[in-house]
Design a protein around this ligand. Structure first.
Ligand code: B1M
Length: 216
């Protein structure tokens, strides 16, 4: 029963049917299916299938865009259920997708999981200038700066944020975290960020542990 509705969510997401995805996610929650399971097995697995087809030129930007909208519609329903599991306020995080990059699904998930971990999250959106990361972090007194990039051509803009922090003499104030499909641990080393994580859940766990260690 749970498998059937989750499969349907994945299929409607692949077709970009946001209204159906929204309705089925609500139904799945009402059936008592765990929000994390709906996210991973329904929404993310559907998006992975779309990603594979995009790569093989079986679908194109418009199809991916409507699938992404359907994904966001489903995530919006799940968010309060995922965030409800959270703890006490734990720190402040400024997060965004770097300059030139418009991909926001993964970044939104990281923001959501960080909220669930108890962070006050300032989401700067997409195509964010290096200086904007720095200014916002300074303005709110952030603990963490989180950057997402999905394009190999925009990954270097993560370096620009670190350069801007160094230029202002404030690099050491922040825990700098990076992620996104093309980003790697060795890229993290190369640009001098503090942490790379492969997914949103581990990003939130690592951020929490790093802030706790820094405050200890
Ligand atoms: Co684009 N796109 N896209 N795209 N797109 C990719 C990234 C691509 C790999 C597809 C492909 O060719 N196989 C390819 C990049 C190739 C490369 O750089 N080598 C690509 C391309 C080429 C492009 C365009 C250039 C296409 C064009 O116009 N010709 C264009 C660029 C636009 C721009 O940004 N300037 C473009 C546009 C788009 C859409 C607008 C249509 C849409 C984005 C919609 C949106 O985000 N609102 C889109 C999508 C959806 C994708 C794919 C299919 C899916 C990305 C996604 O949302 N995945 C993608 C293919 C793929 O990745 N397999 C592709 C689901 C998401 C949950 O995963 O974002 O990886 P992800 O996030 C993960 C982890 O990476 C991690 O946590 C998340 C999950 O737990 N994570 C972090 C992410 N950020 C983190 C930060 C952290 C820690 C972890 O710390 C702070």
């Amino acid at each position: 029963m749970a498998a059937a509705i989750i499969e349907e969510i994945s299929e409607f997401l692949q077709k970009g049917r946001a209204k159906n995805v929204k309705k089925l996610v609500e139904e799945a929650l009402a059936q008592g299916i765990d929000a994390q399971e709906i996210l991973n097995e329904g929404l993310l697995s559907g998006m992975m299938i779309v990603g594979g087809k995009f790569k093989r030129n079986e679908v194109f930007v418009p199809e991916v865009l409507v699938a992404a909208r359907a994904m966001n519609a489903g995530v919006a329903i799940l968010e309060p259920h995922l965030v409800a599991a959270g703890n006490e306020p734990m720190g402040k995080a400024v997060i965004g997708t770097v300059k030139g990059d418009l991909h926001d699904i993964g970044k939104n998930l990281v923001a959501m999981m960080m909220k669930a971990a108890g962070f006050e999250v300032y989401d700067l959106g997409v195509d964010v200038e290096a200086e904007t990361f720095v200014e916002k972090a300074e303005e709110v007194g952030a603990d963490v700066i989180g950057m997402s990039a999905l394009l190999t051509t925009t990954m270097p803009n993560m370096q620009s944020v670190i350069d801007a922090l160094n230029a202002k003499g404030v690099r050491e104030k922040y825990i700098v975290m990076i992620g996104g499909a093309p980003v790697t641990e060795s890229f993290k080393e190369q640009i001098g960020a503090d942490y790379y994580t492969a997914d949103a859940t581990s990003a939130a766990e690592v951020a929490k542990a790093a802030v706790e260690a820094k405050k200890a």
